[in-house]
Design a protein around this ligand. Structure first.
Ligand code: XUL
Ligand code: CO
Length: 435
């Protein structure tokens, strides 16, 4: 059965095409900055947004037209696998990501959930072998089930902690079976509502314990995906422990976990934390912790996570600049943690939305190529710190100075020569490179 019947494989047709079902910028094999676009971008489709979300919101019920529903939930789950791989093949997307609960019904018990997962992940594996499509990451949904209302690894209930451990154990078994390149933890309910009932230190210790168990189990079964933590400051919890990149890196360093974990950074989570996406990427890059990206965009006029498909070329360019400066993302990639708007309810909207996101990131990559080749900003940064390249500055950088010697230097100066940063020129210059 064909699910996306209106569309054939999406092709690159360039900017002059009037065909909405074509890429205008994303040309998988085109070499940019020394390698094919697809290797820079490593796009992934998200099971939860593409296959599972139904368009409902707190004010209205499901609206999405989807043709994979069957009365039997297991049959629906099987149909979704077929539809998802057809979708990815048509899009030319080579990676995917999923939560355990996205792919298989949870049933009445943990054992039934495991059994359902076995059947569906066998099907997924078959499809992977047939198509060559790979698993970027999987994760355990430890935030939707009522048992997790006080958190998973940060719960106040030891049995709930055990349930969470069982989900992650199964997730790692599945990751091994499917050759997952990364494994993600997003702690939606690892946080608190009020400190009046919370022992923050105890909860953080338990989260670290939990992560160490995951690393140890991976070693035991001989499967070591890159582990990733995904920061988000709030929603659904009022305060989430992995608030932003800096907070999460401090946690990893404090608990000696930085050797095993990197970050999966999401654009809309950055803005919820009061940062730009490029800020978060840059913080992670400075600590060698940039692992992967969840590509989307928020709406700065709204205070929640809207997970829109990225269409803002300016923001995507600044993000791709960080990715390129990082030397790429592999084994990470760019996962579209993005959902179609409630009013985009047709099946074709899934295709059009991914084209929009992929074209936006391709444009960003091409802009970064122009910018890197021209070296305007590299030169500017280089010159901005020139006083540290010789004399007293060089001596500071070589750790040869102290407060006393620097006081002596300062006392010997009559005046300091300052240069304008020409901020307006610098910021407007970026517009010259946008493709
Ligand atoms: C929620 C979010 C999640 C994670 C995976 O805001 O981003 O979908 O990416 O659990
Ligand atoms: Co995400």
């Amino acid at each position: 059965m064909t699910y996306f019947e209106n569309v054939e494989k999406i092709k690159y047709e360039g900017t002059t095409t009037e065909n909405p079902f074509a890429f205008r910028h994303y040309n998988a094999e085109e070499v940019v900055l020394g390698k094919p676009m697809k290797d820079h971008l490593r796009f992934a489709a998200a099971y939860w947004h593409t296959m599972t979300q139904d368009g409902s919101d707190p004010f209205g019920s499901a609206v999405n037209t989807r043709n994979w529903f069957d009365e039997d939930p297991m049959q629906t789950a099987k149909n979704r696998v077929d539809a998802f791989f057809e979708f990815m093949e048509k899009m030319g997307i080579e990676y995917f990501c999923f939560h355990d609960v996205d792919v298989a019904p949870e049933g009445e018990s943990l054992q039934e959930f495991y059994d359902n997962l076995d059947v569906i992940t066998d099907l997924i594996k078959e499809k992977m072998d047939q198509t060559g499509i790979k698993l970027l990451w999987n994760t355990a949904n430890m935030f939707s089930h009522p048992r997790y209302n006080n958190g998973a690894a940060s719960t106040n209930n030891a049995d709930v902690f055990a349930f969470a451990a069982a989900q992650v154990k199964k997730g790692l078994d599945i990751s091994k079976k499917l050759g997952g390149e990364n494994y993600v933890f997003w702690g939606g309910r690892e946080g608190y509502e009020t400190l009046l009932n919370t022992d923050m230190k105890f909860e953080q210790d338990n989260i670290a314990r939990f992560f160490k168990m995951a690393v140890k189990y991976g070693e035991k079964i001989g499967h070591k995906p890159q582990f990733l933590l995904e920061p988000k400051p709030k929603e659904p919890s009022k305060h989430q422990y992995d608030f932003d990149a800096a907070t999460t890196i401090a946690f990893l360093k404090h608990y000696d976990l930085e050797g095993d974990f990197k970050l999966n950074l999401e654009a809309n989570h950055a803005t919820l934390a009061g940062h730009t996406f490029e800020h978060e990427l840059s913080v992670a890059r400075s600590y060698d912790a940039l692992g992967s990206i969840d590509a989307n965009q928020g709406d700065l006029l709204l205070g929640w996570d809207t997970d829109e498909f990225p269409t803002d070329v300016y923001a995507a360019t600044l993000a791709m600049l960080e990715v390129v400066r990082n030397g790429g993302l592999a084994p990470g990639g760019i996962n579209f943690d993005s959902k179609v708007r409630r009013s985009s309810f047709e099946m074709d909207d899934l295709i059009l939305a991914h084209i929009a996101g992929m074209d936006t990131y391709a444009r960003a990559l091409k802009s970064v190529e122009k910018l890197m080749n021209d070296k305007f900003f590299d030169k500017l940064i280089d010159e901005r710190y020139e006083t540290f390249k010789s004399g007293i500055g060089q001596s500071i950088v070589e750790d040869k100075e102290d407060l006393e010697s620097l006081t002596e230097h300062a006392l010997s100066l009559d005046t300091v020569e300052l240069k304008s940063s020409h901020i307006e020129l610098v910021k407007s210059k970026l517009n010259d490179y946008l493709v």
